[in-house]
Design a protein around this ligand. Structure first.
Ligand code: SF4
Length: 296
């Protein structure tokens, strides 16, 4: 497949434009799913014809936070769980930016869980990628909000007593207008979903399954996976909230029983993003705030 691609802007973009000039040696472990996110994100940006200077990537703390080091765009490596408020502020200041926020499952669903709920509710126009590997990887494998019940770790040596969070259902009930799950082992689907998520007007939540072979050896490697849009076994309407909710429940139960379902779950068209709603109400100027302050 060519590294050149574009469906958005007029010019062809080489995904290598998103590789830093002096490429740092990745410090992710061999076999880590995070490589898959990086590859899919670069491919999606090229597909959309984005220039690196049109993109802001905000990350939290964790192995996922290293994404900034290997992805050449504007970047903001924030504190733990805080990538979303920074991303929101940046989008409000410069609505022309393609804003992507990223973090791990501990960062996004635990420490930053409140930010997740309210950014989804307010439908901020951005894409949020949650690297879901079911552990806190950077800090050596502690139990996280998505660790399955019974999962053994240094913090829960007898096995996790807590039921895991249901990320897709949480995204939907919080108010995200685009909700999908993909996996690092499925790079083509991952790229397609990231393209859709970035094209969507509103808050796009992508639960991205990323294997952590170092600290979660017993966990699924997320293979074989099923793309629910490609399978005849699943038939539901992604624009119907109730049907999406039922499919999410089935998917979340199945994951902990060893079946990996991925795909698009909910797509709400026609709802104004936060930025659009503000403009509609006359409380936000058409011109990005950043331009008003920095124009000559
Ligand atoms: Fe990836 Fe896990 Fe290694 Fe972190 S500890 S780089 S999540 S494999």
């Amino acid at each position: 497949m060519s590294a050149f691609s574009a469906i958005g802007n007029d010019r062809e973009v080489d995904q290598n434009e998103f590789t830093p000039g002096i490429e740092p040696q990745p410090t992710w472990c061999p076999g880590c799913g995070d490589y898959g996110v990086l590859k899919a994100l670069k491919g999606a940006m090229a597909e959309l014809g984005k220039d690196p200077e049109e993109v802001l990537l905000c990350t939290g703390i964790g192995c996922s936070g290293k994404l900034n080091s290997y992805f050449d765009s504007y970047g903001f490596h924030t504190i733990h769980g805080r990538s979303l408020p920074v991303a929101r502020a940046a989008k409000l200041a410069n609505s022309d930016l393609e804003v992507v926020a990223a973090g791990g499952d501990g960062d996004g669903y635990g420490i930053g869980g409140n930010h997740f709920m309210h950014t989804a509710r307010e439908n901020h126009d951005m894409t949020y990628i949650v690297f879901n590997n079911e552990v806190f990887g950077l800090t050596k494998g502690q139990t996280s909000p998505t660790s399955p019940q019974g999962h053994k770790s240094k913090t829960q040596p007898e096995g996790n007593a807590k039921a895991p969070i249901r990320p897709l259902s949480l995204g939907l009930t919080s108010g995200a207008s685009y909700v999908a799950r993909t996996a690092a082992v499925n790079p083509n689907q991952a790229k397609e979903i990231l393209v859709e998520a970035m094209e969507h007007d509103g808050f796009s939540h992508v639960d991205f399954l990323t294997q952590c072979p170092t600290w979660n050896k017993d966990a699924k490697q997320y293979v074989p996976y099923v793309d629910i849009q490609d399978s005849d076994d699943y038939d539901f309407d992604v624009s119907d909230r109730r049907e999406a909710q039922e499919m999410m429940h089935e998917t979340e139960d199945a994951l902990y029983e060893g079946t990996v379902l991925t795909g698009r779950y909910y797509v709400e068209e026609g709802r104004r993003s936060y930025q659009q709603e503000k403009r509609h109400r006359g409380s936000m100027p058409e011109q990005p705030l950043a331009e008003r302050y920095f124009d000559d």
